[in-house]
Design a protein around this ligand. Structure first.
Ligand code: FO1
Length: 322
């Protein structure tokens, strides 16, 4: 492929969920700016206190805008909690913490959705106002809800994840509404665009963040036919999840807790896989090109460096098949 051709192949579509995925999305956004489209999981969305809440969209938006809270990974930094204290005094539900700044996001999104705006239109305007160059889109404007069958019965996502702190034993995960949800037209267009350079599956929980996106009608097929290599980054390092319930869920669902076990879940889509150096020994099993990298993203430099390596591995795949 000539340099000129390579120049025109410059757009990247990244699939991501919450905290881990958002870190790589930030690294990619610093390299790509407006050439990046981030497709975000909305299976965690729910109505709470009368508010339409989209946690993963907010985590990605705050992270790309540099407003995220580095300790929690969700919500805004330098947050105040006057609303929550007043709510507690009134006997309101306080198990899902809403900071005062974060509350504005939920209140304004709820108002605009009630006025008929789509989730993607509201998200685009919020991102514009926050100075975010990348395109951030929900996986669909139609409702999809992740629900979990557990030893405590069927649970909505946030009930499992926050209220019960991922304690129940997970027996099954479903994505209600996904089969009839439509991918956003701009996502399908980006995947079919000949200028597409890569599709990146970010290091998010496969069951809670990536598979809800792949379950949206037509999206898995559109990715399979994308005009560019598909690369995933492992969310597991040394048989342990970096954060959250991924490892616990994998063992409860009878899936081996390893980087390659995650890759096997999307193996039909993958042209390449990036795993941590700690798991480099597993590389041969997959039968696709594997890049060993430093995947623990503690600093901004780590995020950018991993993004650079992911793009370099995708470009190498493009050259190899040119
Ligand atoms: N996670 C928690 O563990 N406790 C919370 O109180 C909490 C509140 C919260 C508020 C807004 C928001 O966007 C996210 C929030 N999260 C909270 C995280 C959220 O449950 C997860 O980020 C995603 O749903 C999974 O990635």
């Amino acid at each position: 492929m000539s340099a000129a051709d390579n120049l025109c192949k410059r757009r990247v579509v990244a699939l991501c969920g919450g905290i881990g995925g958002a870190k790589l999305a930030l690294g990619l956004s610093r390299l790509l700016g407006g050439d990046l489209m981030v497709v975000v999981n909305t299976g965690d969305d729910f109505d709470h206190l009368g508010l339409a809440i989209s946690p993963d969209l907010d985590t990605v938006m705050y992270t790309l805008a540099g407003l995220d809270d580095p300790q929690r990974g969700w919500g805004r930094r330098d947050e105040t909690w006057t609303f929550m204290a007043a709510l507690a005094a009134l006997g309101g539900e306080t198990w899902f913490a809403l900071g005062d700044g974060d509350l504005a996001t939920h209140v304004e999104r709820t108002r605009r959705r009630a006025a008929g705006e789509t989730l993607s239109a509201v998200t685009a305007d919020f991102c514009r106002r926050l100075g975010i160059a990348a395109r951030v889109l929900p996986m669909s404007d139609d409702g999809v809800r992740t629900r979990l069958r557990t030893d405590a019965g069927w649970l909505d996502f946030q009930d499992y994840f926050v209220r019960r702190r991922c304690a129940p034993r997970v027996l099954e995960v479903t994505y209600d509404g996904a089969a009839s949800a439509r991918p956003h037209a701009d996502v399908l267009a980006a995947l079919a665009d000949p200028r597409l350079r890569a599709v990146v599956i970010c290091p998010s929980n496969p069951f809670l963040s990536i598979e809800p996106i792949l379950a949206v009608a037509g999206l898995r097929e559109a990715i399979a036919h994308a005009a560019a290599p598909v690369t995933a980054v492992s969310p597991i390092i040394g048989a342990r999840a970096v954060k959250g319930p991924t490892a616990k869920m994998m063992s409860e669902l009878g899936v081996e807790v390893s980087a390659t076990a995650v890759a096997r879940r999307y193996r039909d889509l993958l042209d390449g896989y990036v795993l941590d150096r700690a798991d480099a020994g597993e590389a041969a099993e997959l039968g696709i090109p594997v890049t060993a990298a430093h995947t623990l993203m503690a600093s901004l430099t780590d995020r950018e460096e991993l993004a650079r390596q992911v793009l370099a591995s995708a470009d190498a795949l493009t050259k190899a098949t040119a």
